[in-house]
Each structure stands twice: as C-alpha cells, then as structure tokens.
Design a protein around this ligand. Structure first.
Ligand SMILES: Cc1cc2nc3c(=O)[nH]c(=O)nc-3n(C[C@H](O)[C@H](O)[C@H](O)COP(=O)(O)O)c2cc1C
Length: 187
C-alpha cells in the first residue's frame, strides 16, 4: 500500500542569506526521501498561504541567525504571532526540530537552539535533535560543531556561495534526510 506523503516545512529568518542557504539544504535533504514534500517558509511577510503550510505540516523545522546570543527580532515576532495556535493547541503532537547559524564558532548558538526548543515545547510539539556523531572539527567534517540539540552552522562574513563551509552544508542535508525518515517512522 502506498504511504501518505509527509509534509515538512522549514521556517526561518535570514537577513544576509546564510541561514536561508542552510534552510534550503535541509529541504533538499528531506526531498531526497520518497513520499516527502518539504518546503521553505521565510518568517517575513507571513500570509494565509504560509500559515496554512505550517498548519498542514507533519514536522516543522525552525531556524534563525544568532543576534546578541538570541534568535533575531524578526524570528521572535514570528514566535509571538503563533500565540493563537498555542492557545488552540493547534501544533500539539507535531514533530519539531531547530537550527541556528552564527558568525562565531560558538557565537552562543546553543542559546538559540534552547529558545527554539522551549518554543516547541510550549506548543506541545515532539522534539528531534541531531543524532549525528561529530566526524571531526575541520570545515569539511559532518557536525564539526558537535551539536546534538539541533543543527549548528557557522558562516564567515563572506558571500553566501562560500560560507557556511561544505561540512556544515552536508550536515544540513543529513539533518533534512534524517527528519524526513523520522516522519515515516513516526506517522
Ligand atoms: C545585530 C547582530 C547581532 C549578532 N550577534 C551575534 C552573536 O551574538 N553571535 C555570533 O556569533 N554572531 C552574531 N552575529 C552574526 C550573525 O549571527 C550572522 O551574521 C548571521 O548568522 C548570518 O546569517 P544570515 O546571513 O542568514 O543573516 C550578529 C549579527 C548581527 C547583525
């Protein structure tokens, strides 16, 4: 029997494009898995169509750049705009995951992942981390920043085509694939 197509949606903010590139890599990785439909939603200019995509998704992946050790103001506006869904328990039982990009190697990205995790818990969602052992700390290595709560990537102050490095981009695709497979296992 054919299995139902599962929907994953990556919800992100990106001022200069680096976090957007990571978001796209998660979507690309997820779409490599059969019977998965993964899409991208920027938190800017949310409209009825975008909210519908989020409401229909089986799994939401939330991502933000790190600003002053926190999610960006734009991402926080999005979080606050979900309060009617929080009240209605609309996303309760959905799978959730998170990612954070920053300029610093640490950059206090953990704080961003913790904020996003707590946000998902407020919604009653079911959290998936990044179950991938670090393969080393070079720019080409998978999970070089050794993060398990969610995906961490780091970008230099360079054009988007050059940074984050290959290992971070490959980790993002791995994360997308993993989350897609998780939807099939879970639902
Ligand atoms: C206002 C502001 C605050 C920032 N704060 C941090 C920070 O706390 N830690 C860090 O490592 N990078 C910090 N950065 C760098 C950003 O995290 C980095 O430029 C961003 O992740 C790039 O993503 P984007 O191209 O998707 O906007 C900051 C940048 C700005 C503009």
């Amino acid at each position: 029997m054919a299995q139902r197509v599962k929907r994953l949606c990556v919800v992100y903010h990106s001022a200069y494009g680096h976090t957007a590139r990571v978001a796209q890599a998660i979507v690309d990785g997820a779409n490599e898995v059969a019977d998965v439909d993964a899409s991208l939603v920027s938190v800017e200019h949310m409209d009825h169509y975008k909210w519908e995509l989020l409401d229909q998704a089986d799994l939401l992946v939330f991502g933000s750049p790190t600003y002053m050790g926190s999610v960006t103001g734009q991402f926080k506006l999005f979080m606050d705009a979900t309060s009617s869904r929080w009240m209605a328990r609309a996303w309760s039982g959905k799978l959730a995951a998170g990612f954070a990009n920053s300029g610093g190697l640490s950059g206090d990205k953990l704080s961003v992942l913790q904020q996003i995790n707590l946000f998902a818990m407020q919604h009653g969602m079911l959290w998936s981390g990044l179950p991938l052992m670090s393969q080393g700390h070079a720019p080409s290595d998978l999970n070089r920043l050794a993060s398990f709560l969610g995906l961490m990537t780091q970008s230099d102050n360079l054009p988007v085509a050059q940074t984050p490095p290959d290992g971070d981009m490959a980790t993002a695709r791995w994360f997308g694939q993993h989350l897609a497979q998780l939807m099939h296992r879970f639902y």
